[in-house]
Design a protein around this ligand. Structure first.
Ligand code: ATP
Length: 284
């Protein structure tokens, strides 16, 4: 089925080490998701139901998807993804069918994590919903959540940047009753994210990750990833004059000298703006 991740992609799956500035968030997620997935017997022993649904909320580009993939990977669980706006765009009746199919596939493949990105587009507050089709989709999602059997080892993680915009019924016990805030990174967090994204990048000694972190207030992970790519392009531009475009390959001596400098980053900072200056508070 189309929602199953190709094995190739899974091999390159992210781990907790690929997520910067989120030590506490990762701890929370491990306790809420990894523990029950790996050791369901803990909950059986105590006679309580393991968590079913976890809501991640935070602004775009802060790493919610990456976090969900990492916890799946580290828990040895299969990963299924539903993209809210995408499923909404389906033809009449199709959206509910797709939703049911993914839940079914994830149940079969358990232990698994089903990640619903931008859940607010599937399940907005019902009083704000106009179309019948939308109402039916919210109802379908609630039915599917309620239908998850306790013995099935499946956790549904949903992401939103507008927690106030989703249907309250979704937050009831047994549905998305746990919440984790994924905030905008602070300076230390940005430094860690820079370190992750420059891991495979040769840098000149004048590149100071702490300085980069200090000068990128308001940047989220996705912005830092974009900035790092831009700095690399800047480095390529800088060595362009040394490249003879008649040649098939770049001479090794030119390639060996290709590193990213502080100036490349500074040029990139001029061009990459943080995706938005958000009203969301910066983690203290
Ligand atoms: P959206 O809400 O827009 O889907 P998101 O919060 O799910 O965003 P991701 O899609 O996980 O964000 O992140 C986008 C990209 O930004 C990632 O592939 C990664 O390169 C980078 N990124 C975001 N946050 C982090 C982080 N904390 N550490 C390292 N990289 C990050």
């Amino acid at each position: 089925p189309e929602y199953e991740e190709p094995k190739e992609a899974r091999r390159a799956d992210v781990t907790y080490d690929d997520i910067g500035g989120m030590v506490e968030t990762i701890d929370q997620l491990r306790e809420m998701v990894e523990l029950p997935l790996r050791y369901p017997e803990l909950f059986t022993r105590l006679g309580v139901d393991p968590p079913r649904g976890v809501l991640l909320h935070g602004p775009p580009g802060t790493g919610k998807t990456r976090l969900a993939r990492a916890v799946a990977n580290e828990s040895d669980a299969e990963f299924f993804l539903i993209n809210g706006p995408e499923i909404m765009g389906s033809a009449y009746g199709e959206s509910e069918k797709k939703l049911r199919e993914v839940f079914e596939a994830a149940t079969k493949a358990a232990p698994s994590i089903l990640f619903i990105d931008e859940i607010d587009s599937i399940a907005p507050k019902r009083e704000r919903v106009q179309g019948e089709a939308e109402k039916r989709l919210v109802a379908q999602l609630l039915t599917l959540m309620d239908g998850l059997e306790a013995r099935v080892n499946l956790v549904v993680i949903a992401a939103t940047n507008r927690p106030d915009a989703i249907d309250e019924a979704l937050r009831r016990p047994g549905r998305f009753d746990r919440e984790i805030i994924v905030g905008v990174p602070d300076e230390a967090g940005r430094r860690e994210i820079f370190a992750i994204h420059t891991r495979g990048m040769p840098l000149y000694e004048d590149v100071d990750l702490q300085e980069l972190a200090r000068t990128t207030y308001g940047f989220v992970g996705a912005d830092i990833a974009a900035l790092t790519r831009e700095a690399a392009i800047e480095a390529v531009r800088r060595i362009m004059p040394e490249i003879n475009l008649e040649e098939q390959t770049i001479p090794p001596e030119v390639l060996d000298n290709l590193c990213v400098s502080r100036k490349d980053f500074m040029e990139a900072i001029k061009r990459v703006q943080p995706s938005a200056m958000r009203e969301v508070m910066v983690q203290a």
